[in-house]
Design a binder for this molecule. Sequence first.
Ligand code: ZN
Length: 361
Amino acid sequence: MPCFLCENKDTSESENFMSGSHQYNCPNCGKYEISDSLVEDINDGPYITKIEDKGEKRVRSSEVRFKAACIAAERKLKGQDNYFLHQAERQFDKENGIHIIDFIMDFPENPLEQFNRALLNLGRLTENNPFQAIQIDENKSNILFLREKTQLSTMILFFEDNQYIKIQTDLSDVSECCYIIAVTPYGWERISELQKYYKENSNKAFLAMWFDKTTDNYRKAVKKGAELAGYQLLIVDEAHHNDFIMNKVLNMIDEAKFVISDFTCVPEEDHNPKENVKVWGGTRGGVYFEAGYAKGQGKEVIMTCNDSLPSGKRRHFDVDQINTIFWKEESGKVITSQGKVPLAEYIKERIIHSVGKGAFS
Ligand SMILES: [Zn+2]
């Protein structure tokens, strides 16, 4: 089966009966899972809707599919694939679940943003090998956010007019555009400026934490708090940590405006090594590493910790002196220890006061 979003035929696909969804692995879009009911809604049209407190967001199904294919292609280049697309109104069980309307809200808002992000994507294609010439053909139209494949040559020529790229060979024929291009030193300079701009104006936040069923409600509360403050919260499930995922984590922190680090831990004796639970040391080395990495970039790090003996006591001396939000759970509600305010509300206020309101909604 071709990719549902971009129709690339070199795609592998499998059905997940448990969650009523299909998983795709596409050369353009990367890995993603999509619920069968969303596929039906997109195919049947005419609109996909999302009900929100402020009202209803409604987008044409054809538009949803086009924009989703572009965002998926960009996320693949950023190492941010592996998510579950759905249109369910309720809070979704799957941690990597994204409502399709939220997903496509990331689409460039105007032509200039489109042009800038397309250039960033061209840079990402060759960032490990900057002077490598790359082939740009109609398969790449999604990373350039182009509605019509025929717009490809216009955009490539604009990039060349601005001296951001050099067309080395034009292999286009009557029916298809195809260029071999390389990013120029001037193009890399522009890419570096844009990266800085997008980091400073990011609507994204990163959550560094220990993933466990005991921190599930905490995670939901923080996600809600970040969203109320206008930020999209990026989370990587630590269960799949390896070197590749670590790159992903660092990319996400690079892209985030600020980081929330939770220093909750458990007593090591509770854990059985046979279950491969990597918490024998009790404290979460990864959380410290990620918080330090963010701090080193001058980003605000909001620190939280479960208000229990092992967690509070085991925090390292270095972070012990930093203002930390202690939280606890009381009858299923996550609240702050002092003042007993819902954690989501408290986090929202802390974000707005320390980093300002985000534009994500
Ligand atoms: Zn695809």
